[in-house]
Design a binder for this molecule. Structure first.
Ligand code: HSE
Length: 426
């Protein structure tokens, strides 16, 4: 009799789901050789089973109802790849309640409902694996959970949204307009179903909440730290960054301070010579600094069907092994048995070195410098470009609120003021 193997049901046949089907087909021998038993995808559920996705579905039991799949006899593991926090939450909860472990790439779900789902998994002797939820194919969660388990993490920073990184790279390298770059990111399968979540920073904030748990043992929600996106950036901001020796990246960052962990998501200017400034296209990278380990960098494809599928199937293999060995919870999902509530530093005030750009007619530099000086901001460089009708100043460490007040004081003389923090060393 052939070995029955571990049987898998997949809910959600979108970009990533289709990649998972392809990978399981393409590498079935390799996966069996590595596991010592087969990993069999047997059931697929999706509301749309008619769209041609370029994969043959006739060998699978198909259903448009996820409940039918979760209840199916003989399924060992469930993959949730619907996304969002609605039906996906029901899929994951009902699988866990049935004692079936789950693999998901759903960062929004974990950011909003992770605590209750992890508790549900524990109570039912099941597990949730979610490597693909942060930085696509890059095994950075595994690195934090296991490779760096003995170390105290001081700080991390990462480019964790492929869509935004792709848009910024294309705008900078090809000078293409924002909307056209976003459209291409959607066509390439990088963007969320609602790309607003990518460009306004929400997707990066979801991922940062997961990283905060793993790196600092802190329980946080995406609304607990400042979050800004890239939608307001103009080509002129990218040009100015280049003139000043920087590159703009959407960065998720966190740092341990004596008052708690300081976390944020925002576009920043990074020195062009820094490692993260060189990460282009849909690539992601996360840099981590630990007390003993020093600085480590994890880099690779952060989005897209094939890279994300690779992380999903690796998680399936880990859960399949655990099932065979009859063990669950070998390592807690977020690395620590309990997360600390309230471990974040309250965001009373943000401060840093900033680049300030204002647009308008006439001499802008003098009033800009005067307004900044009035608020105690020390200007370190100044640019005025009559052709672009803008003036740009960089400042020493200053409170963001003071800069905002200085810009408000300029009133109707200026339009579209832009404040971008200049990121220092990790
Ligand atoms: N929309 C996400 C991104 C997909 O662009 O990074 C991967 O999480």
């Amino acid at each position: 009799m052939p070995e029955a193997g571990v049987r898998v049901g997949l809910v959600g046949l979108g970009t990533i789901g289709t990649g998972v089907v392809r990978l399981l087909e393409a590498h079935s021998d390799l996966i069996e050789a590595r596991l010592g038993f087969p990993l069999r995808l047997t059931h697929i559920a999706d509301v749309d089973l008619h769209t041609d996705r370029g994969v043959a579905l006739d060998r699978y039991r198909l259903s448009t109802d996820f409940k039918e799949l979760v209840d199916a006899a003989g399924l060992d593991l469930i993959v949730e790849l619907i996304g969002g926090t609605g039906v996906a939450a029901q899929v994951v909860a009902s699988a866990l309640q049935a004692g079936k472990s789950v693999v998901t790439a759903n960062k929004a779900l974990l950011a909003h409902k992770g605590a209750e789902l992890f508790a549900l998994a524990r109570d039912n002797g099941a597990e949730i694996a979610f490597e693909a939820s942060v930085a696509g194919t890059i095994p950075v969660l595994r690195a934090l959970r296991e490779g760096l388990a003995a170390d105290r993490i001081h700080a991390l920073q990462g480019i964790v949204n492929g869509t935004c990184n792709f848009i910024l790279s294309e705008m900078e390298e090809r000078g293409e307009p924002y909307a056209a770059c976003l459209k291409r990111a959607q066509e390439l399968g990088y963007a969320e179903a609602d790309p607003t979540f990518d460009v306004n920073g929400t997707d990066s904030a979801h991922k940062l909440t997961i990283l905060l748990g793993l790196a600092f043992g802190v329980h946080a929600g995406p609304g607990d730290f400042p979050c800004r996106g890239i939608a307001e950036l103009k080509p002129a901001d990218l040009e100015v960054a280049e003139q000043l020796g920087y590159r703009i990246k959407l960065l998720a960052s966190a740092r341990q301070t004596p008052q708690g962990v300081e976390a944020r998501v925002e576009p920043v200017m990074l020195p062009r010579t820094s490692l993260l400034a060189g990460i282009g296209g849909a690539l992601n990278a996360v840099e981590v600094r630990g007390a003993f380990s020093g600085s480590t960098l994890y880099c690779g494809a952060g989005a897209g069907s094939r890279p994300t599928a690779s992380a999903v199937v690796a998680d399936l293999m880990e859960l399949a092994r655990a099932r065979r060995l009859g063990i669950a919870g070998r390592v807690p999902p977020l690395g620590a048995v309990e997360l600390r509530a309230g471990g974040l530093r309250p965001v009373a005030e943000e401060e840093g070195e900033y680049c300030v750009r204002v647009q308008g007619g006439g001499d802008l530099a003098a009033p800009l410098v005067a307004a900044l000086a009035q608020r105690g901001a020390h200007v370190t460089s100044l640019l005025q470009d009559a052709e672009r009708a803008h003036a740009v100043a960089t400042t020493r460490r200053t409170r963001r609120a003071d800069l905002e007040q200085a810009l408000a004081g300029l009133g109707r003389r200026i339009s579209a003021p832009q404040l971008i923090r200049i990121q220092g060393d990790l």
